[in-house]
Design a protein around this ligand. Structure first.
Ligand code: VAH
Length: 316
């Protein structure tokens, strides 16, 4: 059957690169990108539709027009910005998801991807090797909305048979598109500033260990999960993915191996520190490995080298 893929929130950090990968896999004419604003650099073979995920009627006409067979819902407000606008974050993250879930039922769209996050864990979740099932008491509106979203995904699968799949992404690191408003953004901005200014002031403390993942791995995991036979999927809330855990000090050390003059400093009192402190330091992803044969490619050294090489080429 011909697949038609609709990506909602395609301008974001993950959406941008997922669109590239899905065009490669299915062909550009099979991938419709959409977001609340038209991107500047749209290529001639790229199909884009302007839509607000909170406009259910607008979303419905998009679904009817393109008849998607798979939907990737990536529109969300991330953790740091969410703490500045909690009501807006809840509205976008929850009602956006509910709009898509309900329209999929009404229009018979069977397959959906929705991103969750390690932000669903909280202060009483195990800090290391955090398991798939454990206490989850997120205290950021982003984490609360992602936990509630996971419960909705499992509910729509169990009650209505919707084939919705999800990944609890760690912090995602990329060079093509910078993230917007996340707590893990330091691990992206550091590379841009290291090359531009030779120094970076981290808003997270030197010893703040967080699970991270290179974009190549995050996109590959997403497609690998969506390609897996439905009967292999035993987790219908959202899969843990471990990525690679490191601290700002470890990342700075790795950058200095390539840019010896790089200087790292630390800013105290940033509100994102409390968010990061509520999250796990490392994740157990045994279910992803067992159910759909997941394995990571990029560790900290290979990711650091790839980021710097690509940013140097981009700037050249
Ligand atoms: C954020 N990048 O910082 C996102 C992510 C695990 C963190 O969900 O909010």
């Amino acid at each position: 059957m011909k697949e038609t893929i609709l990506i909602i929130g395609s301008n974001g950090q993950i959406g941008t690169e997922l669109a590239i990968a899905l065009r490669k896999k299915f062909g550009a004419s099979s991938v419709i990108t959409s977001d609340i604003r038209k991107p500047e650099n749209l290529q001639s073979d790229e199909i884009f539709e302007q839509v607000n995920v909170l406009d259910k009627e607008g979303l419905k006409s998009l679904f009817v027009k393109h008849q998607p067979t798979q939907i990737y819902l990536l529109a969300a407000m991330l953790s740091a910005v969410g703490e500045q606008y909690p009501q807006k974050a809840w509205d976008l993250n929850m009602n956006g998801l509910l709009n898509v879930l309900d329209l999929c039922l009404v229009l018979g769209i069977k397959k959906v991807f929705w991103p969750s996050s390690i932000a669903v864990f909280g202060p009483h979740s195990p800090k290391s090797d955090t398991p798939q099932h454990c206490i989850m008491d997120p205290n950021s509106i982003y984490g609360i909305s992602k936990l509630a979203g996971e419960r909705l995904c499992e509910y729509y699968h169990t009650k209505y048979g919707l084939d919705i799949r999800s990944i609890r992404y760690p912090g995602v690191i990329s060079w093509k598109t910078v993230p917007g408003g996340g707590t893990t953004d330091y691990a992206v901005h550091i590379f841009f500033e290291a090359l531009a200014k030779g120094q970076y002031s981290s808003f997270l403390s030197a010893d703040t260990a967080l699970p991270m993942m290179y974009m190549e791995d995050a996109v590959r995991a997403t497609i690998q999960l969506m390609d897996a036979p439905s009967e292999n999927i035993t987790i219908r809330s959202s899969y843990n993915l471990a990525g690679v855990s490191f601290t700002p000090a470890m990342l700075a050390q790795e950058i200095k191996k390539i840019l010896p003059n790089f200087e790292m400093s630390y800013i105290e009192g940033d509100p994102r520190q409390a968010i990061a402190d509520s999250w796990p330091q490392s994740i157990n992803d045994e279910y992803a490995r067992k159910d759909w044969n997941w394995s990571l490619t990029f560790d900290l050294p290979t990711m650091t080298k790839d980021m710097i090489d690509n940013l140097k080429n981009k700037q050249a």
